[in-house]
Design a protein around this ligand. Structure first.
Ligand code: COA
Length: 198
């Protein structure tokens, strides 16, 4: 397949996702959001420990969680963002895992995630990110996945390095959260590296 055919195949694969792809793991499933996830998503995105290095301020009201669900649905419908809910064995939303900034021509996208602190340290985020990366590389045919973190976010860097991401650089003062500006540590994972680790 030529390079332009590969790019066209990715654009077509994205367009084919008329529903949220359901990604099932051993302990969790990644699924689209439901109206009844609003309370759990509010609990997640209002939690100071989760929002410490997040690119937006903590939520203050449930209406923001409902607006997020609308925004997630719109992103999926436009195929610009796939923001899955991480659901536990009881189908309760315990986190969020996102692929966004799709670029079919250069065959890449960016990865983001957040997990409720009650679930930290169990490998749940790793399982969620692995399901997403399998879908990104094998389902969509991406060549590369990017991630950007606050350089102080050690837990996120540890997760990314465990997945095989390599720190490739640092952008100075690239994120404003309120009146605070932070650098962004840039990481990347190539499809070939991901496949070699499995
Ligand atoms: C980043 C974040 C998702 C990482 O969560 P986490 O629970 O530490 O990550 P993992 O799911 O990979 O868990 C890894 C830990 O669980 C342990 N673990 C236990 N059982 C495990 C299993 N079956 N498989 C893998 N790891 C397991 C590992 O030993 C590891 O601990 P270590 O790093 O001390 O070795 C979490 O800190 C978070 O939500 N932060 C706030 C949001 C955020 O900053 N997101 C990133 C923005 S860029």
């Amino acid at each position: 397949m030529s390079l332009s055919e590969k790019s066209a195949a990715i654009a077509a694969a994205l367009q084919a996702q008329s529903e949220f792809p359901l990604l099932r793991g051993e302990r969790i499933a990644l699924r689209g959001p439901r109206d009844e996830d609003a309370d759990a998503l509010f609990a997640l995105f209002s939690e100071p420990q989760v929002m410490r290095y997040w690119s937006r301020p903590a939520m203050r009201g449930r209406d923001e969680a409902r607006a997020l669900i609308d925004n997630i649905r719109e992103g999926q419908q436009q195929r610009t963002m796939f923001n899955w809910v991480i659901a536990d064995a009881a189908d309760v939303a315990v986190g969020s895992c996102t692929l966004f900034q799709f670029d079919a021509v250069h065959r890449r996208a960016e990865l983001g995630y957040a997990l409720h602190p009650s679930q930290w340290g169990r490998g749940i985020a790793r399982e969620a990110a692995s399901l997403t990366l399998d879908w990104a590389f094998d389902g969509l045919g991406l060549h590369r996945v990017d991630a950007g973190i606050d350089p102080d976010n050690d837990a996120s860097r540890a997760l990314l390095h465990r997945l095989g991401f390599v720190t490739e650089g640092r952008q100075r003062e690239s994120f404003f959260v309120g009146d605070r500006v932070t650098d962004s540590e840039l990481l990347g994972l190539l499809a070939a590296d991901w496949r070699a680790r499995r």
